[in-house]
Design a protein around this ligand. Structure first.
Ligand code: ZN
Length: 421
């Protein structure tokens, strides 16, 4: 087979050990672990050269897929950045998110009316995250870096730090996609085991039952804990002894104070509601945003199809980076125009991972080029036809990873059975 799903089993041994709970304490104490950790932290993970990839036509595939997409933009004279459709979407989402907030503050509504507006506000926040901030922070929204910087502050204004996102998402997740121990997206919450190399705790046995609900706490965690924790980590993803510019620390603090002030203090001061009524609204808003964001992001990598490749003992990956992105990423529901509009092309994650600096508004068109080229070369193009099918697939992955015995080999075997079923 061209891209062998069981290839992980032939790779470095440390992740297999790492996944076994019983072996963990001993393993953590070994010199080997520290060497591995050190190796991982100083980015000794290296992707194969495109001409030395395990997939022998990698070089030609990579040149062709990049060349054909470049040719599309050249021949049509289109910019890779936002056009009027994107600007219109930005305006609409700003109105939904901050308009709902403004209406809540007017005090014109009953508590039930305010609750409905809080849910709408959460949906608006998730949309702004997907469609405005994500593109802007990737430098994909505009060719002008100042515009990207300004629109990137949407992220900070909704409660999450844009600078830290650029490190954990743009650099770490986009480079080391689905690689255990490095990709930060695989460790979103200790409550959920998202990869075969992560440690299994007893409560993970039930994670398929509570997983989708647990994603709802993502933005609250972000608001009060995650950013601070990430800033304080010395070793983050591939970096060791990471320090952050003072200006970014100031933005973190000012941003959080600003968000706490308008999201918590102001409504409590202005509105004629009790603290528990506020709490219900605050939770409804955040659970809506968190659940939408959490689920949509998981459907790209933790579904049946995408692999969890493992480096060998020297940190070498068997595929070239672009092929690695193809085997670790999935699209879903591309026919669903409303969803595609709202999630900012995050249902076209394959194209997003191949061309992160191209605005999401172009993904539906270039996906045809990428898919055709992948098929021509026999490279996987993972795809789930509807949102619900993709969610079902994520549910089955959570259930598989809920088993303590699930590791890289068993997961690959299970995925292989599902693919051939
Ligand atoms: Zn991204």
């Amino acid at each position: 087979m061209l891209l062998n799903p069981t290839s992980a089993s032939q790779r470095g041994a440390y992740l297999r050990d790492y996944s076994q709970k019983s072996a963990l304490p001993e393993f953590l104490a070994t010199r080997h672990f520290h060497e591995v950790r050190n190796t991982m932290s100083t980015v000794k993970i290296k992707f194969a050269n495109k001409n030395a990839s395990a997939f022998e036509n990698a070089g030609a595939f990579i040149d062709d897929v990049k060349g054909r997409v470049a040719e599309y933009f050249e021949s049509t004279g289109r910019s890779r950045h936002a056009d009027w459709r994107m600007v219109l979407k930005t305006v609409i989402l700003f109105i939904v998110a901050f308009g709902s907030y403004g209406l809540i503050l007017t005090g014109w509504f009953t508590p039930w009316g305010m609750l409905a507006l809080a849910i709408l506000m959460g949906a608006g926040y998730a949309g702004l995250g997907f469609s405005v901030a994500h593109d802007a922070l990737h430098g994909a929204y505009s060719s002008n870096p100042t515009i990207n910087r300004i629109l990137g502050f949407t992220f900070d204004a909704t409660g999450a730090n844009g600078y830290m996102w650029k490190i954990t998402h743009n650099v770490i997740h986009h480079t080391y996609t689905n690689i255990d121990g490095v990709d930060e997206d695989l460790s979103v919450s200790p409550l959920i085991r998202l990869s075969p190399g992560s440690r299994h705790y007893w409560f993970h046995r039930f994670q398929h039952l509570y997983g989708f609900f647990a994603y709802g706490f993502a933005t609250i965690n972000w608001l009060f804990a995650k950013d601070y924790q990430q800033f304080m980590k010395k070793d983050i993803g591939p970096y060791t002894n990471k320090t952050h510019p003072k200006g970014e620390i100031a933005i973190l603090i000012l941003g959080k104070v600003f968000v706490y002030a308008y999201m918590i203090v102001l409504p409590l001061l202005i509105l004629d509601i009790t603290w528990w009524q506020f709490l219900i609204g605050f939770l409804a808003m955040n659970m809506t945003a968190g659940m939408i964001l959490g689920i949509i992001f998981q459907l790209a990598h933790v579904v049946e199809g995408p692999e969890f490749p493992v480096p060998d003992d020297d940190g070498k990956m068997e595929h070239a980076w672009l092929v690695h992105e193809m085997i670790t990423t999935a699209n879903f529901a591309k026919e669903n125009k409303v969803l595609s509009w709202y999630v900012g092309g995050l249902n076209y994650q394959i194209e997003h991972h191949l061309f992160p600096q191209t605005c999401s508004i172009h993904y539906p068109v270039i996906s045809e080029i990428v898919k055709e080229t992948a098929e021509e070369y026999g490279v996987p193009y993972h795809y789930h036809p509807t949102l619900f099918k993709a969610m079902g697939s994520h549910y089955r992955m959570l259930k598989e990873l809920a088993k303590p015995e699930t590791n890289h080999e068993t997961l690959s075997a299970a995925a292989g059975e599902l693919e051939t079923a």
